[in-house]
Design a protein. Structure first.
Length: 98
C-alpha cells in the first residue's frame, strides 16, 4: 500500500506484470516439477531489478544444460539474493493435525 501511495497504482500494476512475466518464464524454462511455489514466493518478495538480473542470467545459459541443473542454478541465485537482502523466501506450510 505504501508503494502505491508513493508511486501510484499504474507503476504498481506495471511492476506486477513484470513479476508475472518473469515468473512465467522461470516456470516455462526452469521448472523441475517441484519448484513452482519457490518461484512464486521469490517473484512476489524479491525486488524487480534483482529478479530481472536472474532472468537475464538464466536466459544466457546454454540450452544444452538440462532443466534440473538450470533449476538448481536459479534456486541458488534466488536464495543468495534473498540472503543478501535478509529476506526469507521459503514457503511456510501449515501443519495439518490429524
Amino acid at each position: 500500500m505504501e508503494f502505491i501511495k508513493t508511486n501510484g497504482i499504474t507503476l504498481f500494476v506495471d511492476q506486477q506484470r513484470i513479476r508475472m512475466d518473469i515468473l512465467a518464464d522461470f516456470l516455462t524454462r526452469n521448472d523441475d516439477g517441484r519448484s513452482k511455489s519457490f518461484y512464486c514466493q521469490s517473484c512476489a518478495l524479491l525486488p524487480i531489478d534483482k529478479l530481472w538480473d536472474c532472468h537475464s542470467f538464466m536466459a544466457s545459459l546454454d540450452d544444452l544444460i538440462d532443466v534440473k541443473e538450470k533449476c538448481q542454478i536459479l534456486k541458488k541465485r534466488l536464495e543468495m539474493i534473498a540472503n543478501d537482502l535478509n529476506l526469507d523466501i521459503t514457503l511456510k506450510r501449515k501443519k495439518h493435525h490429524a
